[in-house]
Each structure stands twice: as C-alpha cells, then as structure tokens.
Design a protein around this ligand. Structure first.
Ligand code: F6P
Length: 364
C-alpha cells in the first residue's frame, strides 16, 4: 500500500475541505493508495503521540461545502521552527525537519500534499530540498500568489466583503455618513479592489499604493452637498498613508512570525477628522468573517480541480511542484517558481483601470 499525507497549513480558507475530499476521492480510484491527514498542519506528525487520521471516502463525504478544514491548521511554528519553552519561561525554536522526514519515512508515507499559502510553500520547497516528496496546493484568500491565476477562498472572501459594502451603502445613505470598511489583505489589495468595484464604493485604499489623505478628502467633498450625501470607503488592512504609517501589533503567540494587522480603518477615521472632515464617520472591520463559512461554488470547483490535480502529480511523481490554474488549464509550476514573487495589484492591473474608469478614488 502506498500512502500520501495531506497537510493544511497557514490561515484557514474556504475550500480547504473541498481539496481534501478531491484528493481522497481521486486516490480511492487507485487500488494501492491510502490517504492520511496530519492534524494541525505538520504538528500532527511532529507530536508524540503522532496525530494522524485515515482519510477514506467515508471520512470526506459531503465536506466540500464546509468552511474551515477538518484537519485543522496553524500559522505558528512548523518543522523548521518548532517552538520550545525554556526553563525561564521564554520561547525559542528548533529545527525538527530532519526528524520529521525520518518519521514520515518510518510511517511508510510516500508523498505529502501541502495545502497552504506562500509561507507553507516555502516550507514545502525546503522539505523538498531535503528529499521529501512534496506537492503543494496554493491557498490564500488574499490571492497573493503569482504562480496561479487565482486561489480558492478568494471569491468567497470577495462575496462576503461585497455583501458588507452593499449593507453599509444603505446605512451610509440613510445617515449621510462616511462609512469605512476594512477588509483583509496583508500585502495585496485584491479583496478590497474587487469588493469596491462590485459594491460601488467611491474610495478604495490598497497596501500597494500609500494614500494621501488630502485626495480622500477631495473625493469626500465632491460627494457631499451642504452636508448631505454619503461615501463608502473600502480599505485593506495592510494599507498605509504616504507617511508610511500602518497599523499592526506584535503577537505574543509563540511561533507566530507575522504582525497582527487590523485597525487601519480607525486610523483613517482619525486622519479624516484631523484633516477637517466634519461629516459623521463610522468604521467596520470585517476581519475573520471573510475566512469563515461555506465556500462559493467557484471556490469549490477550483478547490476540487486542485485536489484531483495534486493527487495526479503524486501519481506521476512530479514532486517539488505546486498545482496552478492558468486559464483554461489546471497545471503545475515548480515550488521554486511558486514562491518567487507575490501577486500584487499594479497600475497595469486590468481591474485598476476599471476602477479608475469608474471614478473610484485610490488615494493617490
Ligand atoms: O494571509 C491571509 C490573511 O487573511 C491576511 O489577510 C491576514 O492578515 C492574516 O491572514 C490573518 O491571519 P491570522 O489572524 O489567522 O493570523
């Protein structure tokens, strides 16, 4: 019997379960393959006792529309930086990658399918360089991987953000308000850009283009007549003003290497007041609502395509690769290519031109 282990790592994302189900259903068509899952990314295989689950058709029945991941996930630690508590209470990390690969071999696991974003695929590449048979599956609601046209979870996040804009428009119009919506997007503003266009927001502020508060004020002034009017602003959590101030706090979670974003919407509110905005302003931070709940059909389809393809890459022993969508094909790239550069919004982006054509203010 051959064995493939599925790992879901990094932040969760609608569609992860559809990938897991697709891998299992495709593998079950081969007589000699068994699928197992490591609980909470690589932690399951690293822990003693080991936390692995057998994934057969029964285990994945009907999970394609469920949010989250039945395998659980984490964006802390990992095989190269396993957090350890010292006697004095401080935390340090150790590299357990060699030990983990030995354990994977000992357990008769022939290949690993690692479903995750850029951080997880960096781990995939490093493990591949150490001899592990790895296939990556891209995952991120931020859609910030350049080696694939899109990632599952993104469309679901855009739907949720657009629904929020739609709702905020009616309350903003009723109160003659400036309504700010902060959405996710650490380095890439795709969720903000798509939901601003789809929801008809007048201002959209992205991490890629530091905003000038005066430009935002000009747009607000043009929308209000004698104090009446309203305006909807969508801002990415990773946005910053031209002075470079963005909002983040350090995490005290051991093994968590990112800064926690969130709150730029409130900073913008403050900046607008300081710049002389006298209208009523309200701010909503959408946060993790964008990562929860059922995936939209598009994401379930893409996730299913990725899962089937990932197992087929295992069958073909095309290791060191990541599944990729290049319209109209589901194909693959090397992991090295996959982690080379992020997918960021640029002035050349077709949707940016649309946004400008619609008169959306980008704060520049
Ligand atoms: O990377 C995806 C993302 O959704 C970012 O937009 C956000 O900053 C981050 O995850 C938050 O992740 P968590 O709260 O799980 O650490």
């Amino acid at each position: 019997m051959k064995r493939v282990m599925i790992v879901t790592g990094g932040g969760d994302c609608p569609g992860l379960n559809a990938v897991i189900r697709a891998v299992v259903n495709r593998a079950s068509q081969e007589k000699d393959w068994e699928v197992v899952g490591s609980i909470e990314a690589f932690n399951g295989i690293l822990r003693e006792p080991t936390e692995l689950v057998v994934l057969d058709e029964n285990a994945v029945k009907g999970i394609h529309y469920q949010g989250g991941t039945i395998l659980q996930t984490t964006n802390k630690g990992g095989p190269f930086s396993w957090p350890i508590k010292e006697k004095d209470g401080t935390w340090t990390t150790v590299d357990r990658s060699d030990e983990m690969i030995r354990k994977i071999n000992y357990l008769g696991i022939d290949a690993v399918i690692n479903i995750g974003g850029d951080g997880s695929q960096r781990i995939s590449q490093a493990l591949f360089e150490k001899g592990l048979n790895v296939v990556g599956v891209p995952k991120t609601i931020d859609n910030d991987l350049s080696a694939t046209d899109s990632t599952f979870g993104f469309q679901t996040a855009v739907e949720i953000a657009t629904d929020a804009v739609d709702k905020l428009v009616t309350t903003a119009a009723s109160h003659n308000r400036v309504q700010i919506l902060e959405v996710m997007g650490r380095d890439a503003g795709w969720i903000a850009l798509h939901s601003a266009v789809a929801g008809g927001a007048e201002v959209c502020l992205l991490p890629e283009f530091p905003y000038d508060i005066n430009k935002v004020m000009e747009k607000i002034d043009s929308r209000f007549n004698k104090g009446r009017g309203f305006i909807n602003i969508v801002i990415s959590e990773g946005a910053r003003n031209i002075n470079g101030n963005y909002v983040a706090r350090e995490s005290n979670e051991p093994g968590y290497n990112n800064r926690i974003l969130g709150g730029i919407g409130f900073q913008l509110e403050q900046e607008l007041k300081e710049a002389g905005c006298e209208h009523s302003i309200r701010t909503t931070v959408l946060g993790h609502l964008q990562r929860g709940g059922v995936p939209v059909a598009y994401d379930r389809v893409l996730a299913s395509q990725f899962g089937v393809k990932a197992f087929e890459l295992v069958l073909e022993e095309k290791y060191g690769t990541m599944v990729s969508y290049r319209h109209p094909r589901i194909t693959y790239v090397t992991l090295k290519e996959a982690i080379q550069k992020p997918n960021l919004v640029t002035w050349d982006t077709a949707l940016m031109k649309t946004a400008l054509g619609l008169g959306i203010c980008l704060g520049v």
